[in-house]
Ligand binder design. Structure first.
Ligand SMILES: Cc1cc2nc3c(=O)[nH]c(=O)nc-3n(C[C@H](O)[C@H](O)[C@H](O)COP(=O)(O)O)c2cc1C
Length: 152
């Protein structure tokens, strides 16, 4: 199974988490890549790869800067994501109350609308919590792999 971890970030937290998830997956799997969403062509998403998407929230419940070109390209030419499976890990801060963790949901809605299947629990990290983002993501990962029926 090929894994690609895609991150959308503005101040680097999602990138760090993506790198840590990539390192953890690489211990058991050979084909693991980590990419910034801004370097990702939506048309390249493929059913032969399992995607983990790590995306923060900025503005007022908006996408972070590095995810915006991806969303624009996605909307310009919506890809057929039939057969694509992915897991979602959203970053946010409950300080922002009603817009908490909505950034990643902009990507999630696009994937669902084009036929992709989200697998496992929707992961979240709250910057107001005491937990480190990477610790939360590494706790979330095994459940996702189990839901996807991928050996850890
Ligand atoms: C200017 C600014 C606006 C933010 N707006 C929101 C928001 O609307 N909702 C939310 O849940 N978190 C919001 N956050 C919190 C970030 O999503 C959180 O700090 C996250 O860990 C940042 O990750 P990143 O470094 O990958 O961008 C905001 C942070 C900043 C600095």
């Amino acid at each position: 199974m090929k894994f690609t971890i895609l991150y959308g970030t503005e101040s680097g937290n999602a990138e760090l988490i993506a790198e840590d998830l990539g390192a953890a997956l690489s211990e058991q799997h050979d084909d693991v890549a980590v990419h910034d969403l801004q370097q990702t062509d939506p048309g390249s998403l493929s059913p032969d790869t399992f995607y983990l998407i790590v995306c923060s929230t900025h503005g007022e419940g908006d996408l972070p800067n590095s995810a915006i070109p991806f969303a624009e390209a996605f909307d310009a030419t919506p890809p057929d994501l039939t057969g694509v499976r992915y897991a979602m890990f959203g970053l946010g801060d409950t300080f922002y109350e009603e817009t908490y963790s909505q950034g990643s949901e902009h990507i999630d809605r696009r994937f669902a609308a084009q036929g992709a299947e989200r697998v496992g629990e929707y992961g979240r990290h709250d910057a107001s919590s005491w937990e480190l983002g990477s610790d939360a993501a590494l706790e979330w990962l095994p459940g996702v792999l189990e839901s996807a029926a991928i050996p850890a």
